[in-house]
Design a protein around this ligand. Structure first.
Ligand code: SF4
Ligand code: SF4
Ligand code: SF4
Length: 262
């Protein structure tokens, strides 16, 4: 009796585990299939913008107040179907405003320039050259493309949130609830996400693929530049050469691709 009960529990346990694990493993694609993800898809779109390592330079001198940042944040939210869930703990953020002391903890010192100290900073995923989120992801739902963009495959995400724990910049958000009711005007050209999935800024990979600059760059009136860090003649390289810039938490060795002119 004892044995048959133990066997039953064993079978039931394995079956229950199977129910959980099966869909998880079904989300794994073959390694060949995944290798394709690592290459930007330029096959059908000849006017796609290409780069070897995409990067961004944000000129903080051009932002004086929160009001200057709002249209940029709103534009990203709108095209990427980012919900307004009205609950702080469940907030989904791709690009948002932060203060110097919080965003640049490595650079913080008590004598920092007062202007810099009170500037509103735009923060987003840094598309790190050595991204800890990619290493932490067990399903390869988070991966780094050959052009340096760190992307998400929402279908592979199992919601374990290891990537969130690994990201030292808080650049990832988790959908604690169905985000769709929080989207006021859905953009049919960009996928919505579901409860239990992580998301973040994608450097507007979908726009680069059709020859467009990232939306935040487009609406920034020249305050944000985007280009190939590998190309010495690119706008971003020129800006980096001519200006003093900082990056977030450089001591961690993640090598962010987002730079700030201060
Ligand atoms: S900022 Fe965070 S989410 Fe973005 S690539 Fe770096 S570690 Fe990953
Ligand atoms: S939650 Fe993050 S680490 Fe987990 S599967 Fe999704 S992307 Fe990967
Ligand atoms: S690059 Fe695109 S996805 Fe990232 S913050 Fe800018 S608009 Fe949003």
């Amino acid at each position: 009796m004892k044995n048959s009960r133990r066997s039953f529990l064993k079978i039931a346990g394995v079956s229950a585990l199977g129910l959980v694990i099966k869909p998880v493993f079904n989300t794994f694609a073959s390694s060949e299939e995944h290798a394709e993800h690592l290459k930007p898809d330029f096959s059908k779109k000849n006017n796609a913008l290409t780069g070897k390592r995409w990067g961004m330079v944000i000129d903080t001198r051009k932002f004086q107040s929160e009001e200057d940042l709002k249209p940029i944040i709103d534009a990203c939210n709108s095209i990427h179907n980012i919900p307004d869930l009205k609950v702080k703990n469940h907030e989904i953020k791709w690009i948002w405003e932060d203060e110097y002391e919080h965003a640049f903890t490595d650079s913080e010192n008590e004598y920092v320039n007062e202007r810099v100290k009170h500037l509103p900073f735009l923060v987003l995923c840094n598309h790190c050259d050595d991204p800890p989120c990619v290493r932490a992801c067990p399903t390869k739902a988070t991966f780094k493309r050959e052009d340096g963009i760190v992307l998400m495959d929402f279908h592979r995400c199992i919601g374990c949130r290891f990537c969130m724990a690994a990201c030292p910049y808080g650049s990832r958000s988790f959908n604690f609830r169905d985000p769709r009711p929080g989207i006021e005007h859905q953009n049919p050209d960009y996928p919505t996400r579901t409860k239990g999935v992580v998301e973040k800024c994608n450097f507007c990979a979908e726009r680069l693929a059709v020859g467009k600059m990232p939306k935040c760059v487009e609406v920034s009136n020249g305050a944000i530049a985007f280009g190939d860090l590998d190309d010495p003649d690119s706008t971003v390289r020129k800006l980096l050469k001519e200006n003093y810039t900082i990056r977030r938490k450089p001591s961690l060795g993640t090598h962010p691709s987002v730079f700030y002119i201060v």
